[in-house]
Write a protein that binds this ligand. Sequence first.
Ligand code: F6P
Length: 319
Amino acid sequence: MKRIGILTSGGDAPGMNAAIRAITRKAIHEGLEVYGINYGYAGLVAGDIFRMDESTVGDKIQHGGTFLYSARYPEFAQVEGQLKGIEQLNKFGIEALVVIGGDGSYHGALRLTEHGYNTIGLPGTIDNDIPYTDFTIGFDTAVNTVLESVDRIRDTATSHERTFVIEVMGRGAGDIALWSGVAGGAEAVIVPEKDFSMRKIADKIRAGRNRGKKHSLIILAEGVMHADEFAKELGEYGDFHTRVTVLGHVQRGGSPTARDRVIASQMGAYAVDLLQQGKGGLAVGIENNKIVSHDILDLFDAKHHAELSLFDLNNSISY
Ligand code: F6P
């Protein structure tokens, strides 16, 4: 194998640039040529492909986003698009591809694999919702970004004796809410993986107030419901001077944390090792601090499990 390609796809995540850098530098170190593909699968089909060298990835590790740009491209679910993508790869003499992205991106990688094209997936999403990896690239940065906001909101919540419902991203997964909730000392964490009782939450806030507590913070995962709706329902159980903050896309940007840069670098270099061994159809992850890989196909039969011990922990220490 002489040439590999890299693309980032789906929602961007801090640390994607660190992964692109690691793949590129490691591959060049091993004597391979590297091509960048802009705008994910859309750029692949359009042939938006360029040669990269060691300098192309210089001065990128500290930046959020992805300098290869990203796109959501549902059209890649069609065989026609997949074959066009492979045609473009063949045209450039690219023999294997590394895809960095989330669930949708892995579907694309699986399809390419089914057409006999060697593809390796790296988990790049703030949601942390990919099976067979304890952490995805971007999750740690997103949690820290949320945490910074939670700390700020706590200041103003205390001054005005208010309750805040803070809606965080995560799609169908509660990971961002769980980690930022525990780290931020939130009175309640509401996630799709656990049922909740509005009455119990209201009782908890009331008990805190009666003890002289000045603020209440509720971290709500977007997969449960909208924060406005939640605040309205909470209002039916009492007046808690509630305000709503939807953090939104601020969670997707920013300079990646050391942890995200390191796991991105480890996973990127490992992907090159796998390709050099002639392997493909694999998804890279980190389990118990060790970089691992699994058959991409297995990911679609598996389910991501959020760390729900954090939910119980939060209930026992935050009230
Ligand atoms: O998958 C990452 C994510 O940020 C989710 O947390 C969120 O639900 C979604 O993407 C938002 O998508 P978009 O950027 O396309 O609005």
